[in-house]
Design a protein around this ligand. Structure first.
Ligand code: FE2
Ligand code: FE2
Length: 232
């Protein structure tokens, strides 16, 4: 398990899958000191950072109890940074691989068109999902944290959100399966293999993201909302 004394630079080089998480948490991946020192330097909470890193380091591990006990503001900030990372880094990188694939694949051009279409539809759905959370859900929770429900959001409820919150990561898994089925002629092309690898990593990332939203953020916001509505 990763702990406060783990060296950031070693983690980033020995565990490449943690590199994007380290960046997202605002830590310098070349930092030669411990996580604790890096956090102090960045005004981050080392205990929270360690829980998030361990969430991503171990398959099937989700420290629900530990994450539940951090201030909801930490969870919101982390989720906002994650959205930003998806939209401005992860999705453009995957599109870049598709572009390289087009340049190097000499077979039927329709394969590239199909992949581009599938991926751009997925990107559109994910972007809308994120936009919805960023523009409505998260600001609503910001208000709940201040102990208030704004007048123009009185009809809004966390319970409805919970019932409607879709699993965008499951959509990606389906798309990846379709892509694998379609693409037997391309599997020797390096950019294509990179593209599939990126989709796989993204799928795992989204899966943890959905757990943080579904098992921590939403139930805690629901508790808060009930408390506020109970006294209003
Ligand atoms: Fe999200
Ligand atoms: Fe979500």
């Amino acid at each position: 398990m990763i702990d406060k004394d783990s060296i950031v630079k070693d983690l980033a080089s020995d565990k490449r899958h943690l590199e994007p998480i380290i960046e997202r948490l605002g830590l310098e991946k070349q930092w030669e000191g411990s996580i604790e020192e890096a956090c102090i330097n960045n005004s981050a909470n080392p205990d929270f950072v360690i829980q998030i890193l361990n969430t991503f380091d171990e398959q099937g591990y989700f420290p629900k109890y530990e994450l539940w006990n951090f201030p909801l503001e930490y969870i919101l900030e982390y989720l906002r940074k994650t959205h930003d990372y998806y939209l401005n880094k992860r999705l453009p990188e995957i599109e870049q691989s598709l572009h390289f694939f087009k340049e190097q694949f000499l077979g039927d051009n329709s394969l590239h068109l199909i992949l581009t279409k599938l991926f751009s539809n997925y990107k559109k759905d994910l972007s809308e999902h994120i936009q919805n959370e960023e523009e409505i859900l998260f600001p609503y929770i910001d208000e709940l944290l201040k102990g208030d429900i704004p007048l123009n959001m009185k009809s809004y409820s966390i319970e409805t959100i919970i019932s409607e919150h879709e699993d965008v990561e499951e959509d990606l898994e389906q798309i990846r399966n379709i892509i694998v089925k379609y693409s037997k002629t391309a599997e020797d092309i390096l950019p294509f293999r990179i593209f599939l690898h990126q989709l796989n990593i993204f799928e795992n990332d989204l899966c943890k993201h959905a757990l943080v939203e579904g098992q921590i953020l939403l139930p805690r916001a629901l508790e808060l909302e009930k408390k506020i509505k109970g006294v209003q």
